[in-house]
Design a protein around this ligand. Structure first.
Ligand code: ASC
Length: 129
């Protein structure tokens, strides 16, 4: 059975929370705030590649999830789903490339910068303030 809308909202928000934590670790390594560590970077890269698939594949932005529980999802997520999906898939394309880039600091820096743009691109249009 499909999860209730409030449960779907909680699920996608939880995935985003964990995603932000792993992105934060990689961002800190890219900026030199924490030392680069290949094993840690690869672990978070793999987490991001997997976590990023959850919201769209599990119906977490599905019917009824536009209202009810607290959500910053912009109404455009639901009124222009194909455009939202296209913006979202720029993000998953970036996360799926991360594991291959995470073993080396120079490639990680480029990948983190590219990924950050896809986070921001989707949030600018589809996350309310
Ligand atoms: C984060 C976070 C985001 C992105 C975005 C990158 O750590 O929570 O939404 O990075 O700011 O541009």
């Amino acid at each position: 059975a499909q999860a209730k809308p409030e449960s779907q909202i909680e699920y996608r928000k939880s995935a985003m929370t964990v995603t932000a934590r792993s992105f934060g670790v990689l961002g800190a390594m890219a900026k030199g705030d924490i030392p680069f560590n290949k094993e840690v970077a690869t672990r978070h890269a793999n987490l991001l590649a997997n976590l990023s698939d959850l919201p769209l594949s599990a119906g977490a932005f599905g019917p009824g999830t536009d209202k009810g529980a607290p959500t910053k999802a912009d109404p455009k997520v639901f009124s222009e789903p194909e455009k939202f999906k296209a913006a979202y898939e720029k993000f998953t394309a970036a996360t799926h490339g991360l594991p291959a880039a995470a073993g080396d600091l120079a490639t990680l820096k480029v990948a983190v910068a590219d990924l950050g743009k896809t986070c921001k691109g989707c949030h600018d249009d589809y996350r309310m303030k």
